[in-house]
Design a protein around this ligand. Structure first.
Ligand SMILES: [Zn+2]
Length: 372
């Protein structure tokens, strides 16, 4: 074995050891050796290197069944951290995500979007303040992912359309000029669906529907996001539900977003009171919910006919939905469509309010884990 090959083998083994600890969360030296078919001296050396690199740490001892207790090794979950930012018209959500995708800290900053250097400078300042509050050295910050309510160019360098932020010609460079970390842009629905996919890696084919004030969607095919030929895939919100129906901000009439966005049920802060009223049988809330779910069932029926895949509901509305709501929704789809499946096909996504910001941060974590 030449020197290069031996070195590659050591790196490979070390990565395997790290991966085993990462996925199992806690392992002893002996368990790693058995799992990976490596000698104990090799594992010992790899553990030492990983500890020195502050990637893993000792975390007490396993209960002994006789003899010496084994040291527990686990990953330093904040060895690296990624920052996710969700940009809304009137505020930002900022999160710090550890290598398991867990949110370490979150913050909302009231700041109205404007395509203006002062805005981008303020965003960068708030990110800096947020990072300082983490008490981590800058080299542990992998990067900043920014999710926008906007369509982006395929290379994600330029905003191509955003009615919701106001027509803007923002570019990644506008943010990069002020942000001192690696930085990239994402379409918000892509970020949310990406988080779903990463946090539930068993998903193969699914349609993600974000039932927020800004309705959004993303198709997942073969475990990957289908962003489309021109990076505009998943724009379910502008599928026509009722021809000549309610006018939409896109200029068309009858778009799905005019019937199935959360704003039909409650204002930005009003989800809790709305669902309290609904659950206590308030007639007005019940009527609004019936109308909403009727239209949602009709839309899901049409989408399902084409896709024949699971539908994952996310966003503010889904956060309050319970099993009986899903059963009723599925029943409503079946009553509209002869071809709707008999088995369950609608599920709830991860309920965290910051799933979108989290999804903007996760690509940095995924890249770090790939290259550790
Ligand atoms: Zn529209």
């Amino acid at each position: 074995m030449d020197k290069m090959t031996a070195s590659s083998m050591r790196n490979y083994n070390r990565k395997q050891v790290f991966n085993a600890i990462y996925h199992q969360r806690q392992l002893s030296r002996q368990q790693i050796a058995e799992m990976l078919h490596l000698s104990l001296p090799t594992v010992t050396q790899d553990l030492r290197c990983l500890e020195e690199a502050h990637l893993i740490e000792r975390n007490g001892f396993f209960q002994s069944t006789g003899g010496r207790k084994s040291v527990i090794y686990s990953c330093v979950s904040n060895t690296r951290v990624a920052i996710g930012v969700q940009i809304q018209k009137y505020y930002l959500r900022i999160v710090a995500v550890d290598i398991y995708g867990s949110i370490l800290r979150r913050e909302q900053v009231d700041l109205e979007y404007a395509h203006d250097p002062e805005y981008y400078r303020t965003v960068a300042q708030r990110i800096d303040q947020f990072v300082r509050s983490l008490n981590l050295s800058a080299k542990r910050i992998l990067g900043v992912g920014i999710a926008l309510m906007a369509l982006l160019s395929r290379d994600r360098q330029t905003v191509t359309k955003s009615v919701l932020l106001g027509e803007t010609s923002a570019t990644l460079a506008d943010f990069k000029e002020w942000i001192h970390y690696p930085c990239q842009l994402f379409h918000d629905s892509e970020a949310s669906a990406n988080a779903e996919l990463w946090l539930s890696p068993g998903i193969t084919d699914a349609l993600y529907l974000g039932l927020d004030h800004h309705l959004n969607g993303m198709l997942i095919v073969n475990g990957k996001l289908h962003v489309g030929k021109e990076y505009t895939g998943g724009l379910v919100e502008h599928m026509t539900l009722y021809p000549d129906g309610r006018p939409c901000y896109c200029g068309k009439k009858g778009c799905l977003t005019r019937y199935c966005s959360a704003g039909l049920l409650f204002d930005e802060q009003g989800s809790e009171p709305f669902f309290q009223r609904l659950r206590s049988g308030d007639p007005e809330a019940t009527k609004a919910w019936q109308s909403y779910t009727h239209d949602l069932a009709m839309a899901i029926g049409s989408m399902y006919a084409l896709l024949d895949c699971d539908i994952i509901l996310g966003g503010t509305v889904a956060r309050h939905m319970v099993d009986s709501d899903l059963r009723q929704l599925q029943q409503a789809v079946r009553s509209n469509s002869l071809y709707a499946p008999v088995s369950d096909f609608i599920s709830l996504g991860h309920s965290d309010v910051d799933i979108c910001a989290c999804g903007a941060a996760i690509p940095y974590i995924a890249e770090f884990l790939e290259n550790v």
